[in-house]
Design a protein around this ligand. Structure first.
Ligand code: C2E
Ligand code: MG
Ligand code: MG
Length: 576
């Protein structure tokens, strides 16, 4: 980097609107030899992250948050007046210097800390800094920034320190990251990137009703490089959109192949980073690619991780809502793993909530996890937001999630992410346990009941509030009527339902089925008809069980597809 580089810079073409600082994108255009920024053994890069920036936003609103960032930018420009100061997006800043010694850096950080106290407005803010001092051997400029950020990520988790220098240990740990930074472009050209698909299963049917696209980097030297490494690196060097837009293209192309082959296909969700929305016009790319391959919009779903949504930028709210308005679903990923899960739910509208796999791991192990999952599901039902649990590895986890009414499940129990070729291509959904796409709406409506509520048949819009507990004592079953055969089928029943019949001396639900219309008796057909004609009402039906026991049932119509209809039943003893 030239000592006089600030003077060489004429009119910067790209300034950050909020702070007036240089943007990272602009810095990237100023690299030697086409620009003045050149790496020498004197170069130092500082990466700043305001740790509890959310608390400023929360207390003083977006404008208060913006004011804090402007003040920080101003103080930085004064304290590092001979250096390049840039905003790297959100609450991240960068200083590039060619003159500061390590001791001087530490002194300036102390000055910055002191200067920022007067802008804290009663909150205790923590600005963390990662520092990288060049050795003059870095192959790329972004390597400096990446190492400063790595150091910053380390100090983020240290309570009593606010800065850290990148050292040899960090360097060793991060050789793979460095490899990623340096070989990303080549990996693309050489087609080391590919997309794997993991099945998503509908709980009440056990059928595959979708796939999640997950990217893989198969490297000839390092083997499989996991996404948690390369996604993070690509975000830090602001190139993640290249990968994500590659995935968008690949997924649409694969869907096209399915359609051309006449095969059944299920919707595919893909992961987008918050940064994608800053780095490219996501909605436009999605719509263009959908048009390019001429596929239906509902074949593609976008997942946003909760930390990604957490910066709470107003424009992101608008962008996500535009994407939804255009007919593409938006799901919130890893719900519960970040700091602002609930805030996100309040700010944004989503089409499905993906429960973080940490909670799923606790099923059967940590009773608290079960309480938390149940509470998330109850809340989601009230918000009319379907839920999906990821990381399901055992039958026990699946059974629990199905019982509490989690609509969809994903995890190794049903299948690992695999290349598209490994999945059966069929023209008839029944041949491969795939959901018939025409039944998608039907099953979504059927699984919308709150299995945890003591009044599960109340419609969503009911005024009666019932948050739902962990164990439901109300006996519930979902019964499907197939008019072609005039037979009924139990699609789902909860534990309370089994217990209820056990208390009547019935040990197998099979023995119950004839009483619920399996043989077309008991006037149950009329009740089905009435329920369907009054979808917002609960119809009552008394079933003579034995001489002295009458069962009192309430029935609500849930969904219909052609000759099939599903009804929710709640059962108790009439005299009870
Ligand atoms: P995610 O979106 O939450 O994806 C789920 C991750 O959990 C995947 O890891 C998947 O392989 C793993 N997983 C699924 N079922 C199970 C299970 O039963 N047990 C366990 N232990 N793990 C399971 P993966 O593929 O390593 O991806 C990690 C994260 O990287 C993803 O988390 C996603 O946030 C991100 N990612 C992956 N591909 C992309 C991409 O193309 N773009 C972006 N921006 N992020 C991506
Ligand atoms: Mg995901
Ligand atoms: Mg996830």
């Amino acid at each position: 980097m030239d000592k006089d580089m600030r003077r060489d810079i004429h009119v910067p073409s790209l300034k950050d609107e909020l702070t007036g600082l240089y943007t990272m994108s602009w810095i990237m255009t100023q690299l030697y030899p086409s620009g003045p920024i050149k790496v020498t053994p004197d170069s130092v890069v500082l990466f700043f992250n305001v740790m509890n920036f959310q608390s400023i936003n929360r207390r003083f609103g977006f404008e208060g948050g913006n004011q804090y960032l402007r003040n920080l930018a101003h103080e930085m420009s004064l304290i590092f007046k001979d250096d390049v100061v840039a905003r790297a997006g959100g609450d991240h800043f960068i200083v590039i210097s060619n003159t500061l010694s390590d001791e001087e850096v530490v002194k300036r950080l102390k000055d910055l800390d002191d200067a920022m106290r007067k802008h804290e407005r009663g909150l205790h803010m923590h600005i963390k800094t990662g520092i990288y001092h060049s050795d003059g051997k870095e192959p790329l400029f972004v390597t400096l920034i990446d190492r400063a950020k790595m150091a910053c990520d380390v100090v983020k988790n240290v309570y009593d320190r606010d800065y850290v220098f990148f050292d040899d240990k960090l360097k060793k740990n991060n050789e793979l990251r460095q490899y990623v930074v340096e070989h990303f472009d080549a990996a693309f050209k050489k087609e080391y990137f590919s997309v794997y698909y993991q099945p998503i299963v509908r709980s009440i049917t056990g059928e595959v009703c979708g796939y999640e696209a997950l990217s893989r980097w198969k490297d000839p030297y390092h083997g499989m490089i996991p996404p948690f490494i390369f996604v993070d690196v690509l975000e830090s060097v602001r190139l993640i959109h290249k990968l994500d837009m590659f995935v968008v293209d690949k997924v649409c192309k694969d869907i096209r192949k399915h359609i051309d082959g006449g095969y059944v296909y299920e919707p595919i969700s893909l992961n987008l980073s918050r940064l994608d929305f800053e780095l490219c016009d996501v909605k436009q790319v999605l719509l263009d690619t959908i048009a390019k391959y001429d596929i239906p919009k509902d074949a593609l779903i976008v997942e946003i991780t909760e930390s990604a949504a957490a910066t709470g930028v107003e424009s992101l709210v608008q962008k996500l809502s535009d994407i939804r308005a255009s007919g593409i679903q938006v799901w919130i990923d890893d719900f519960g793993s970040g700091y602002s899960s609930f805030n996100n739910l309040q700010l944004y509208d989503f089409d499905t909530l993906k429960i973080d796999m940490e909670f799923v791991r606790g099923i059967g192990v940590n009773p608290k996890s079960e309480v938390i999952i149940s509470a998330i599901i109850s809340m989601s039902k009230r918000l009319q937001l379907p839920t999906l649990a990821e990381g399901v590895e055992t039958k026990e986890q699946y059974d629990f999630l199905k019982r509490v009414g989690c609509e969809k499940i994903q995890g190794y129990y049903f299948g690992k992410p695999e290349p598209r070729e490994n999945y059966a291509l069929v023209k008839d959904s029944t041949l491969a346990n795939l959901e018939d796409p025409r039944m998608r709406k039907y099953y979504s409506e059927a699984s919308s009941l709150n299995m945890l509520s003591s009044s599960p048949l109340n419609s969503f819009h009911s005024k009666k509030k019932d948050a739902g507990g962990l164990v439901n004592l109300t006996a519930i079953t979902l019964i499907e009527l197939d008019e072609t055969t005039d037979k009924t089928r139990f699609v789902f029943y909860n534990r309370a339902y089994e217990k209820f019949f056990e208390s009547l001396g019935i040990m197998s639900i099979d023995m119950v089925k004839p009483y619920f219309g399996e043989e077309g008796e008991n006037g149950i057909r009329e009740v089905f008809k009435e329920a369907e004609s009054k979808p917002d009402e609960r119809i009552t039906l008394d079933v003579e069980w034995s001489e002295d026991i009458t069962l009192h049932c309430r029935v609500r119509f849930l969904a219909r597809y052609e000759n099939k209809a599903i009804f929710g039943f709640v059962v108790r003893r009439k005299d009870a």
